[in-house]
Write a protein that binds this ligand. Structure first.
Ligand SMILES: *Cc1c(COP(=O)(O)O)cnc(C)c1O
Length: 380
């Protein structure tokens, strides 16, 4: 049996019902809700991360008052001092989650305590004050209840939730800030691949790394994404969709994509993913896939995976499939892997699609929730 990570253990602890968290963030009614026409236009053309709901959750931290002014406020621009520390030193952390509409109209989310534990892991590394579990859960419950009309029901759609916390103190000295803002915004989103799973082309970058030993590779923070953008632009220009980053210490082992973990499916049916070294973000999707595959008796392993073994395996047929995974896209097959000195086509098989189907079926309540991952936010 694989050992559970600290995050997995924390997120497996029992958590109270949504009703017990409701009201943590006080509702400030929005007097200019989006019109029925605009609402209809948005919900009929769901993209990803382009449209936002009527509300946002917001709280402020100061040394005197801790987290206070917890509100569900009308969605809109923030006012931020130009000296705000986030703009200069990037002290911030974020999360990505989804709220799903089940067939009976009720609204659910998936492993919210994993995200709650992870944002606090990120906060600790970034010297940001932690967000109490009750405040994190309250922000999600109160926001989604206020924005319930924005939880879509079309196949593959969801209300994407983006909790984030950043340093707002106006001060240019370099130290941990003394004021922070915590927010959750919500974006109705359509199926990532409306026409079924579409394989992506992946460039393996050995010149740039997204993170290095002792850095923030296992922390969900904007700085890692900033480091991944130039490689991504370069790869895009060369016809690739995504970049696979290597471990910075040896430049021989695969780590993950800029915002998704990576899995390798072997021809013998076993499944492996790079082990968490401190440079790899501990994805909730990664964790869920490992847990349900293991429960079904599949041989799963977390190990050091050299790039050479992957490329050789693809060429010899030992590697049957590869996929990337994360909350936004769930599971994405990798159809091509290339770098300066190799360019190989990765077969697209049925295992990736089966994993996608199983995970989305649990999330939508179409399959038994054997692990207790679903969390009910609101009744129909
Ligand atoms: C968020 C993220 C993932 C995926 O995590 P999930 O919890 O599965 O959404 C993977 N890699 C990076 C770098 C990330 O930021």
């Amino acid at each position: 049996m694989r050992q559970h990570t600290e995050l997995e253990k924390l997120s497996a602890q029992p958590v109270q019902s949504a009703d017990s968290f409701a009201g943590t963030f006080a509702l400030q009614p929005n007097k200019v809700l989006k019109s029925e026409a605009e609402y209809g236009r948005i919900m009929a053309n769901l993209g990803f991360g382009t449209d936002f709901s009527d509300y946002m959750a917001h709280a402020t931290w100061t040394a005197e008052n801790g987290w206070h002014n917890k509100e569900i406020a009308p969605y809109g621009p923030l006012s931020l001092d130009p000296a705000g520390a986030i703009l200069h030193y990037g002290q911030e952390a974020f999360e990505g989650m989804k709220a799903y509409r089940h067939d009976d109209g009720s609204i659910w989310t998936f492993r919210p305590t994993y995200n709650a534990a992870r944002i606090n892991m990120s906060c600790r590394r970034l010297a940001i004050p932690e967000i109490p579990l009750a405040d994190f859960m309250g922000s999600i419950v109160d926001l989604v209840r206020a924005d319930a009309r924005w939880v879509p029901s079309a196949p593959g759609s969801s209300l994407y939730l983006r909790p984030f916390v950043f340093a707002s103190e106006a001060f240019l000295g370099v130290r941990a800030a003394t004021r922070y803002e915590y927010l959750v915004i919500a974006s109705p989103s359509g199926a990532y691949f409306p026409n079924g799973l579409k394989p992506i082309n992946v460039f393996v970058d050995r010149d740039y790394h997204r993170a290095g030993p002792g850095g923030m590779g296992d922390v969900k923070t904007g700085g890692n994404y900033a480091a991944s953008l130039l490689p991504k632009v370069t790869a895009h220009d060369a016809g690739f969709d995504e970049v696979l980053f290597m471990d910075a210490a040896t430049n021989t082992n695969i780590d993950e994509l800029g915002g998704m973990n990576v899995f390798v499916v072997m021809a013998d049916g076993s499944v492996k993913t790079p082990k968490l070294t401190g440079n790899i973000l501990p994805g909730g999707t990664r964790s869920s896939i490992l847990q349900f595959l293991e429960s079904e008796g599949a041989a799963v392993s977390e190990e050091t995976i050299s790039l050479a073994s992957v490329v050789d395996g693809i060429q010899s047929g030992d590697v049957a499939e590869m996929f990337a995974c994360g909350t936004a896209a769930v599971v994405t097959p990798i159809g091509r892997l290339a770098s300066g000195d190799f360019d190989v086509e990765v077969p697209v098989g049925e295992k990736t699609a089966a994993i996608y189907d199983e995970l989305t079926a649990i999330q939508l309540g179409h399959r038994e929730d054997r692990f207790g991952w679903l969390y009910k936010i609101a009744d129909a």
